[in-house]
Design a binder for this molecule. Structure first.
Ligand code: SAH
Length: 609
């Protein structure tokens, strides 16, 4: 954080790094402009506009510029809204400050993802095109044709129902006659299209990184020869080098300097395979000489194929049963390159993966969204939800937080019973590189998804770093219910879930007895479902045995939701009122009392306790 020197003696919390500047801000701003992804100004918008005007270059490279008013009521996404990430940053800050986000881009009106950020979650590379022209056509709700030949189509499932995109895979890409003729076109493909410079129709192209380049080479082959081989193969096949996912080769090439340098310069990962792995891959052009030299009849073709299969998660290398279908993955059979003035020789083949390489380390946020109202979600949880590429949760909870979603965010709701599937899906997306928020009602770690996700990760030998995981606490039902009825949890308390789906009933019953005898205040979760009706009656009998008949009981249903209903009753009468899966039942201890509409458990038992 930068502040003017004249107020540098103001105290800030220790964890805020504060630096002061002398004189005018416009002296230091040019450097900050170049070194930062986003700049947040606490100044008048007019002053910010004047400050940044000389620095603005191009929306593809400019940082995000966000302005927060002095009172912290508004957060304005001033520029760099899409590619600079300004809109996302604005939403995150506004959640943290509880302020109103001001987003004025056309995307926000149309609820469509910006065409210039469409492929960002999936690591696609932007190709050439008239990005402003296509964005303008979308903003005018004109028909825009999308031809997607590769890469994830998850984004397509998130479009608002009234969108004006004409979606189609290649076979059906020619618009049926009843569709209005498109005014712009988006290509999503590993192929590089050359757009006619004077065409009236604006077009853009995204390149998902689906191409694995298999390389075999003589020892000491120069980087330049490899560069030439890749450039000429891609050009002759009309493929985009932006669509390269990475390089695949034989493991003994780990010290091949030209190859290493090539990958470093282009930021390409290298996948190494042993001769043993490569040997079993059926390839169009096996070579006896290569077999003699390195123990596999193919390096380039086999390595490209294996990398493509692995990247699509179709293949676990310990299970090589079915490689027979791998041949069609190759988009080019191997070619050998030599040049008179270059050292060595390189063999090159290209295989296309079904799934793109994102080049991102995924992240899982395990988020508790509180009992139901947006006002009861922590700012950190809101920020995690708005930052996520994908949000996964049970349908009812997804609906509760719908206002927090951004256009283009992947939102997947699943039925209540599919917790394990939800966990697996979230992990699969995070493994692939996405930032995924898994949401639970209340707190994520109290009968929520957090444990399940962590258990599933552990079962897969998670290394603790890929994906990264953060748990964001939420207000649990027992806290929310308690707050609405007074202060029933002021003395020792516990929570018991009456659901015997995952815990044997004998264990639950034992805990009910223990809690009842030990005089805990108890919050009963999952008290009764349509099929499970006996458990709450048994619980009532147990507590009636150990507590006075008039011990206060609160039946709190859908707390902090529009349908909220609260009944204060006693342990004797509690079964006379409706109790269901949206209810938490709080049973008082021996000193809990009702005063008007308020339940109070004294902090201690007093002298006689
Ligand atoms: N993770 C959640 C609990 C999920 S188990 C939390 O920390 O609150 C589901 C049970 O939680 C429900 O059967 C009900 O007993 C309780 N519950 C969740 N939301 C509730 C609400 N808004 N009002 C009352 N009870 C609620």
């Amino acid at each position: 954080m930068w502040i003017p020197e004249k107020i540098a003696d103001v105290d800030f919390p220790d964890d805020v790094s504060v630096r002061s500047y002398e004189g005018a801000l416009n002296v230091i701003l040019p450097n900050l402009w170049l070194s930062h992804d986003g700049l947040i100004f606490g100044l008048a918008t007019g002053a910010v506009v004047r400050l940044i005007a000389p620095l603005l270059q191009d929306k593809a490279t400019d940082p995000a510029v966000v302005v927060v008013d002095e009172a912290g009521k508004f957060v304005i996404s001033l520029c760099g809204g899409h590619q600079g990430g300004g809109d996302r940053l604005t939403q995150t800050i506004s959640h943290c400050l509880n302020a109103a986000p001001i987003l004025t881009g056309a995307v926000n009106r149309s609820a469509l993802p910006g065409v210039d950020v469409l492929g960002q979650p999936f690591g696609w590379h932007k190709g050439s095109g008239d990005w402003t022209g296509v964005a303008a056509a979308i903003a005018r709700s004109e028909p825009v044709q999308v031809i997607q030949e590769a890469g994830s189509d998850l984004w397509q499932h998130q479009l608002p129902s009234d969108h004006s995109l004409q979606l189609g895979w290649p076979e059906i890409s020619s618009s049926p006659p009843e569709q209005p003729s498109p005014q712009a076109r988006i290509w999503i493909s590993p192929i590089r299209r050359r757009f006619a410079p004077h065409s009236n129709m604006p077009k853009v192209q995204w390149h998902p990184r689906v191409l694995w380049v298999g390389i075999g080479c003589e020892r000491g082959t120069s980087q330049a020869l490899m560069e030439d081989a890749i450039a000429s193969t891609f050009q002759s096949r009309h493929l985009a080098t932006e669509a390269i996912a990475g390089i695949a080769t034989l493991d003994i090439k780990g010290d091949e300097i030209g190859l290493q340098q090539l990958c470093r310069d282009h930021n390409w990962p290298i996948r190494y395979f042993s001769a043993e792995d490569l040997r079993v891959v059926p390839v169009p052009r096996p070579s006896g000489a290569v077999q003699q030299a390195v123990g596999t009849p193919s390096v380039a073709e086999a390595a490209a194929t294996l990398a493509a299969l692995q990247s699509s998660a179709l293949l676990n290398l310990s299970d090589k049963n079915d490689l027979s279908s791998s041949e069609p993955l190759l988009c080019t059979a191997k070619q050998i390159f030599r040049q008179p003035n270059q050292r060595g020789a390189v063999t090159l083949a290209i295989a296309q993966a079904e799934r793109e390489f994102t080049d991102r380390i995924g992240h899982l946020s395990l988020v508790g969204i509180g009992p139901g109202s947006l006002s009861q979600i922590t700012p950190a949880a809101k920020a995690a939800i708005s930052q996520a590429d994908a949000v996964i949760g049970y349908g009812l909870y997804i609906d509760l937080i719908r206002p927090l979603f951004r256009p283009g965010q992947i939102v997947e709701s699943m039925p209540i019973t599919q917790e394990q599937q939800r966990a697996e899906r979230a992990i699969a997306l995070a493994d692939w590189g996405l930032n995924v928020a898994v949401i639970s009602s209340g707190d994520c770690g109290i009968y929520g998804m957090a444990g399940l996700v962590l258990e599933t990760l552990q079962a897969r030998n998670w290394n603790g770093r890929q994906p990264t995981v953060e748990t964001l606490p939420g207000i649990s039902a027992l806290q929310a219910a308690a707050a609405r009825i007074g202060a029933p949890l002021m003395h020792d308390f516990c929570a018991i879930s009456l659901s015997d789906l995952l815990t044997p009933w004998t264990v639950i019953e034992k805990r009910l007895h223990a809690a009842a005898t030990a005089d805990f205040v108890v919050a009963l979760y999952n008290p009764r479902s349509q099929k499970r009706i006996e458990q709450i009656a048994i619980a009532q009998r147990i507590f009636a045995q150990h507590r006075q008949p008039n011990t206060p009981v609160a039946i709190v249903r859908s707390v902090y939701r529009p349908e909220e209903a609260i009944v204060l009753t006693t342990v004797t009468d509690m079964l006379s009122y409706p109790i269901d899966m949206l209810t938490t039942v709080i049973i008082g201890n021996r000193s809990t009392r009702i005063y008007g509409n308020t339940v109070i458990t004294p902090r201690g038992y007093g002298v006689e306790g």
